[in-house]
Structure formats: structure tokens, C-alpha cells
Design a protein around this ligand. Structure first.
Ligand code: G3P
Ligand code: MG
Length: 241
């Protein structure tokens, strides 16, 4: 069965990477949830997609230049809809606690966002958070940055790791030749062009149209990342009945 991962939470219906988006993703029965982790100026892990807060909050500037108190003072919901005004950029701990409290028992895909900026020590910090206790969910790591995945492999050899890429052939070769990388997260366009031919698990992004969802289900891919998990679950259900 193709697993359905909610991309940045239920990004299509809620402001991405907020507690509201993660709560919705778990509530609709997503098999997995994906989030993006960055590091604040004062060394706290926070969950947001961009390096800058500009697109998804009422503030401006880099996460790396702000303390967690400054980050928490921003509104991360109003840009999406007035209904979500008051949502904030969550810390990594807040998301973990929420999912654990909800007894979410699917997969958590932790994307470490080191492809544009270097966040010294982020890998160690993430690993410390994750290994300090047991969680209701199963987690794995993903990144566009091979060096980050290598560090995670040294820290947690048993935790699965996925390489993210858009269309880079170099990354495909790297993933193919690295035995501890168990999955590739490519763009859906790359998957359709490669006709799904790949020896490792494929969980493409971002699979939002009915046509792309059908393609992935029919080719029995390992998973998809979608902004509309509820829609994807309904379609998969419809196909199997
Ligand atoms: O892991 C899939 C996807 O999250 C990668 O792209 O830019 O949305 O983080 P992005
Ligand atoms: Mg991501």
C-alpha cells in the first residue's frame, strides 16, 4: 500500500508547518507526516520550511538571526486565513509533544533543512531530542544534503534515512550506491519520467493532483508527500473498494 505523508502537515487546508496543520494531518488519518527543521539564533530547533520567516509569517528575516522568543512572537497563520490567526512557528519539541499526545502512530519524516544554510550542530541536536525517549510514532530522517544524512547515519545507524532531490542524476547515483539510504524522495515529475524504475523506496513530492495520486497508487510506490492527505486517503480507499 502506498503510504500517504502529509507535506508540512495538511498544507493545502491549514497553514504549513503549524500545530494546526499537524493536528489536522493526524486527525484525518495520514500514514505519515513530514516537517522541516531549522535552528534559531539561540540554538533551538524550530519547524518552518523557509530559511526566512517572510513568506509564512507577519515578520521578516532569517530564522538563524532570531531567538526562539522572537520567533514565537510572530503570527504564522494569518497569511493563510484569518481563521488561523494566532498560530505560531512551533518548536520541534512542541510538534513532537503534540503528535505523541495525540497518540499518532504513523511515520514522522523529519527533514533537516541544511541545503541552503549551514546550521552547525543541528544534526546532533535533532538526534538528542529524538533518542531521549520513546515516541508513539516511528520516525526517520530526510534531507537534500548528503553530508547531513551522513552525520545522522553516524549518530543513529538504525534510523532510516531518505535522500531528497528534484531531478539531480548525481543524487540518484549517490543514493543508489549508499546502502544505508533506504529511500529516495524525488519530485513527482522525475518519478514519472523515470517510470518509477528505482531499486529503493520512492516517496515523491508534491503529489496533489488526482492524476499524480493515481499514478503513484497504480505503480505501488512506497509513499507520497501531499498537501491534501484527506483527499489522497479517500482516493486510495475508492481505488481499493
Ligand atoms: O520531503 C519532501 C519535501 O518536503 C521536499 O521538499 O521543499 O517541501 O521541503 P520541500
Ligand atoms: Mg520538506
Amino acid at each position: 500500500m502506498t503510504l500517504i505523508f502529509a507535506h508540512r502537515g495538511s498544507k493545502g487546508t491549514h497553514p504549513e508547518n503549524t500545530l494546526a496543520a499537524f493536528q489536522e494531518a493526524a486527525a484525518v488519518g495520514s500514514d505519515g507526516i513530514e516537517l522541516d527543521v531549522h535552528l534559531s539564533k539561540d540554538g533551538q530547533l524550530v519547524v518552518i520550511h523557509d530559511e526566512l520567516v517572510d513568506r509564512t509569517t507577519n515578520g521578516q528575516g532569517y530564522i538563524k538571526d532570531k531567538t526562539v522568543a522572537e520567533i514565537k512572537a510572530l503570527d504564522a497563520g494569518g497569511w493563510f486565513s484569518s481563521e488561523f490567526q494566532g498560530e505560531t512557528i512551533p518548536t520541534f519539541d512542541e510538534v513532537l509533544s503534540l503528535l505523541d499526545r495525540m497518540l499518532f502512530n504513523g511515520y514522522l519524516n523529519i527533514e533537516i533543512k541544511t541545503d541552503k544554510l549551514d546550521y552547525p550542530g543541528i544534526e546532533q541536536l535533532v538526534s538528542e531530542r529524538m533518542t531521549r525517549r520513546e515516541w508513539s510514532f516511528i520516525y526517520f530522517y530526510s534531507s537534500f544534503n548528503f553530508a547531513t544524512l551522513k552525520k545522522m547515519q553516524a549518530l543513529e545507524p538504525v534510523t532510516p534515512k531518505a535522500m531528497i532531490m528534484s531531478t539531480s542524476q548525481k543524487k540518484v547515483s549517490l543514493a543508489r550506491s549508499t546502502d544505508w539510504i533506504d529511500a529516495l524522495h524525488p519530485s513527482i515529475d522525475w518519478v514519472k519520467e523515470a517510470k518509477g524504475q528505482f531499486s529503493k523506496k520512492l516517496r515523491p513530492w508534491t503529489v496533489n493532483s488526482k492524476e499524480d495520486m493515481m499514478y503513484c497508487f497504480e505503480h505501488q510506490l512506497a509513499g507520497i508527500h501531499t498537501d491534501f492527505p484527506e483527499k489522497a486517503i479517500a482516493l486510495r480507499q475508492q481505488l481499493s473498494s
